[in-house]
Design a binder for this molecule. Structure first.
Ligand SMILES: *Cc1c(COP(=O)(O)O)cnc(C)c1O
Length: 395
């Protein structure tokens, strides 16, 4: 039996000795997910956005241990697919803690989510609003608005969201069909550099909500400010409290009746996991050591392609002499190179390589190309005092 004092002392699974122990127990490649860091991230964001309900978006890391930890912290969930609905259903999550935010859904996806008990959905166009006509009275909609940034490097409101001027006509259509509109939502894009776009979108939505109420198009008392909260990778970013300061000012000006929610994904899980890979073999090519790892661009490092992220990588081995080195993934494809021009101590087969900030959009987008299995996810500190593991659920 653990004493209470012992139960609140967590192990740090990112320390070298613990990493080695976990690899010995669970094999390689591993993704070590520290639920204590999930708690810390959740609390930091809650403190930076007081009064805002945080719905963890499952997409960056759809793992049971994260879902449980967020719920234990008093958080909510943001689901987007039938697979995510089934995951939380298996875990016995209360449906009233979940919203469904995919703007485009098949009829079956809507039915699955409703039969689980979800009542809040997102729509951004007339066809999608009409899909809810047969469910009117049982559901409420958030209308997703897009705020285009034609000058921005990547215009992140391109794929989803209606133009601000389409909000009132959409709300009118919903009202005519007897479908309740609960409010508006937006997502300005992931890993935002500052909160200027959030603030701009928030103010525009506040005006639209007031206009819709004046036109008696619904109660519109919920504003969903999406995700996008940034984390440190190789480049450090603003700390989250500073990032959110302009948002707090804007939120304070909203009418009291407006309930604000957010959908953080990356911020909750990104810093909460490290990737651990092993050197399978090595070769000297043109004056460089090439190390071939058992995880790569088709696996946990897929985020370097899809998410444009660069993870800080380092070997667990120390050594005074550093040599020009390349870290490559295991597959037979030439694109599968994680990092070049690194100065590393000389490594041998079996040495471990650690990638930091690898919780978000890594394992989630990994494939098993060439039959190299995805990393095993090991969740540590899932409960106070519990150093046990949670293996990947069947997808
Ligand atoms: C992906 C996604 C999120 C999470 O975004 P982050 O940038 O990871 O915080 C939130 N909401 C929706 C609708 C999403 O698609």
């Amino acid at each position: 039996m653990n004493s209470p004092a012992r139960r609140t002392r967590f192990i740090d699974p990112f320390q070298p000795a613990e990493i080695r122990r976990l690899v010995k127990e669970f094999g390689s490649p591993l993704l070590i997910l520290d639920c204590e860091r999930v708690r810390v991230q959740f609390r930091k964001l809650r403190k930076a956005l007081p009064g805002v309900d945080l719905h963890y978006a499952l997409k960056p890391m759809p793992h049971a241990a994260v879902v449980r930890t967020v719920l234990e912290e008093g958080g909510f969930l943001d689901l987007a697919t039938t697979g995510e609905v089934q995951l939380v259903q298996r875990l016995g999550v209360a449906a009233d803690r979940c919203i469904h935010t995919h703007p485009i859904k098949r009829e079956q996806d809507i039915r699955n989510a409703i039969s689980f008990g979800v009542r809040t959905f997102v729509a951004d166009n007339p066809d999608e609003v009409r899909k809810f006509a047969r469910h009117a009275g049982r559901v409420q909609l958030l209308l997703r608005v897009s705020f285009r940034h034609p000058g921005a490097m990547c215009d992140l409101s391109r794929k989803f969201g209606c133009d601000p001027e389409d909000v009132l006509p959409l709300a009118r259509l919903a009202a005519d069909l007897g479908i309740g509109v609960r409010g508006l939502s937006f997502h300005v894009g992931s890993q935002a550099v500052d909160s200027a776009k959030h603030v701009e979108a928030l103010n525009a939505c506040a005006q639209l909500m007031a206009a819709a109420r004046r036109d008696r198009l619904g109660a519109l008392d919920t504003l969903d400010i999406g995700g996008g909260f940034p984390i440190d990778y190789a480049q450090p970013v603003q700390d989250v409290s500073r990032f959110c300061a302009p948002l707090r000012t804007a939120l304070a000006k909203l009418p009291k009746r407006v309930r604000v929610i957010a959908e953080p994904g990356r911020f909750i899980v990104g810093p909460s996991a490290i990737g651990v890979a092993s050197v399978m073999g090595r070769a000297r090519r043109e004056g460089h050591w090439w190390y071939y790892l058992d995880d790569g661009l088709y696996g946990s490092y897929s985020g370097q392609i899809y998410d444009h992220a660069r993870y800080p990588v380092e070997p667990l081995r120390n050594g005074a002499q550093r040599l020009p080195s390349v870290l490559a993934g295991p597959t037979c494809d030439s694109i599968d190179v994680i990092a070049e021009n690194l100065m590393l101590p000389e490594l041998k087969a079996g040495d471990l390589i650690v990638g930091r900030a690898m919780g978000a959009y890594t394992w989630a987008s990994a494939s098993e190309f060439n039959f190299f299995p995805r990393a095993t996810v090991v969740a540590v500190n899932a409960q106070p005092g519990d150093t046990g593991s949670v293996n990947p659920f069947p997808l």
